[in-house]
Structure formats: C-alpha cells, structure tokens
Design a protein around this ligand. Structure first.
Ligand code: CO
Length: 283
C-alpha cells in the first residue's frame, strides 16, 4: 500500500465574502488553487458577531454543488424553491445548484460563536443544467465512528474505510463519489484510511496540527495529496482535527465567474444573461 504524500500546501487566506463575512479560504483562493472536482473551501469561525452578522443575502449559483457544515451556531437557508433549512450545530446542507438556485444564508444568532465550512464541488457538463436540488442532513444522520488508533470520525459523505470498519455516511451515489470526513484525533494518535487511486484528495486542519506522510501540516492549512492508495495522518502534541475530502476528478475545463461555474465562456455569458433576465432558475 502506497501512502499518499503531500503534494502541495495551501495556506487559508483571510477573505471577505457575502455582505462582509470574514472567512479563511484555502482551496479556491485562486484559480490555480483548486483540486478537481473541488473548487473552494471556506472556513468561517468567529465569536464576534461583527464578523458574521451580515450573512449571505440572496445570491445565485449555477453549475456545481455547495456543502455547508455547521460546527457551531445557527444559520437559516432560504431559496427560490421555497426550501427553508434551519442549520444548527453539527448539521450539513447539501445543495445542488444545477441550472440555477437563488438562496440566502443568514445567521440566526446575535452573539456567540459561528463556525463551519462551505465546500464547493463541481458538476460534470452533463449535470450542470439539471434541476436544483437540496438536502438537509441532521446531526443524528451523521455516523460517528470510534477509531482504533484513538479519536473519532464523522462520516458526512462516502464511506469511512479503516482496517476494521466500513461506515457509510448519509450522502452516497453522486457521480464524483465524494468522501467527506471530519476527524478528531488525540495527541499522538495515528489515522489511516484506504483511498483508491482514482480519487483526488486533500486534508484541511482546523484544530491542532498534524504530520501527513512525514510532512508537517499546521492549523488552517490545506494539504493536497499526491498519488497513492492510502492516507496516513499523525496528530501533533495538541491533537488534531481536520477534514478529509476526496472525490473523482471530472477532467473538464472550468470557467468560473463568481457564483457561476461552467465549462466555457459562452456558458458563463448565458448564465449572466439568464440571471439578468430573471430566468436563471427556469427550465
Ligand atoms: Co451560496
């Protein structure tokens, strides 16, 4: 079994988004900092309402999926389809923008900590114009597996495959076959996971620090993993908490303009025309 080495480390850069929400953006901080099919990973984490209270008022998306994972706090999603998603601590929202969605994501708290992630996963050309879809995943639907080396893994998408367990998460069967794990390890614990060579993979550390295939990975950094068929992580002195994400690459051209991600410039121009004409979400 070949352990996947770190191929590239991406520092999470402070970035404002929405109506002034302070974020740390690792993947997606430039067009050169993507990992097919992952387009972007934002971490938001603050105890100061000024950093988050303005939220993300109504805005469009086309051509990909957004996955919001709330670690602490309370947010409300509303969209043009009439969905209302009340996201509380530990919940996930899996939204497929497809041909178009217009939604808002607003904090439902005036104080306290708001912390979580938004991940953007691309869709292949044949799925970019499919109808929008939406799923709320309650914390109770997300399995928590104890790890033999110590610590635990929450399985949001795909299947955790360790030496002695296969634990499927609630999200399965997508064409990019995503794996989305939230892993917490005590100091010195070792985690390994089989990961077939067909999937691209990266880690994002958000508490403590870790060593990945003998290379140090500090807090608030993403590590894109190279070729191999297993991931191995050793937690640092203060333990480590990280996301492990993997998915099958789409291998198509990516043209992004803000919240629209298509294959060609012409398709982006069409998305802008559709949005301006109020037809983004229409069949
Ligand atoms: Co959005």
């Amino acid at each position: 079994m070949t352990i996947r080495p770190i191929q590239r480390i991406i520092d999470a850069l402070p970035t404002p988004d929405g109506a002034g929400v302070k974020l740390r953006r690792s993947l997606g901080s430039s067009q050169f900092a993507r990992l097919d099919p992952f387009l972007m990973l934002d971490e938001f984490s603050s105890d100061n309402p000024d950093d988050y209270i303005a939220g993300f008022p109504a805005h469009p998306h086309r051509g990909f999926e957004t996955v919001t994972y709330l670690l602490d706090g309370h947010m409300l999603h509303e969209d043009h389809l009439g969905n209302r998603g009340d996201l509380k601590t530990g919940a996930v929202q899996w939204m497929t923008a497809g041909r178009g969605i217009i939604h808002s994501e607003m904090p439902q708290q005036l104080q306290g900590r708001l912390r979580g992630f938004q991940l953007w996963i691309n869709l292949p050309a044949k799925e970019k114009m499919k109808p929008a879809g939406y799923r709320d995943i309650n914390p109770a639907e997300i399995p928590v597996a104890a790890l033999t080396g110590g610590g635990r893994a929450k399985v949001i998408a795909g299947t955790l495959e360790t030496a002695d367990a296969a634990v499927p998460g609630p999200v399965q069967g997508l064409s990019t076959d995503p794996l989305y794990l939230d892993i917490e390890l005590p100091a010195g614990a070792r985690f390994s996971q089989a990961l077939g060579a067909a999937r691209n993979a990266f880690l994002y550390v958000f508490e403590g620090n870790a060593t990945v295939a003998d290379q140090a990975l500090a807090n608030h950094h993403a590590a894109i993993l190279g070729a191999g068929d297993a991931v191995e992580v050793l937690a640092g002195d203060a333990g480590a908490r990280f996301l492990l994400l993997a998915a099958k690459p789409i291998n198509e051209p990516v043209v992004q303009y803000g919240p629209f991600v298509m294959n060609t410039r012409e398709e982006i121009e069409q998305a802008l025309r559709d949005y301006q004409a109020g037809k983004l979400t229409h069949a």
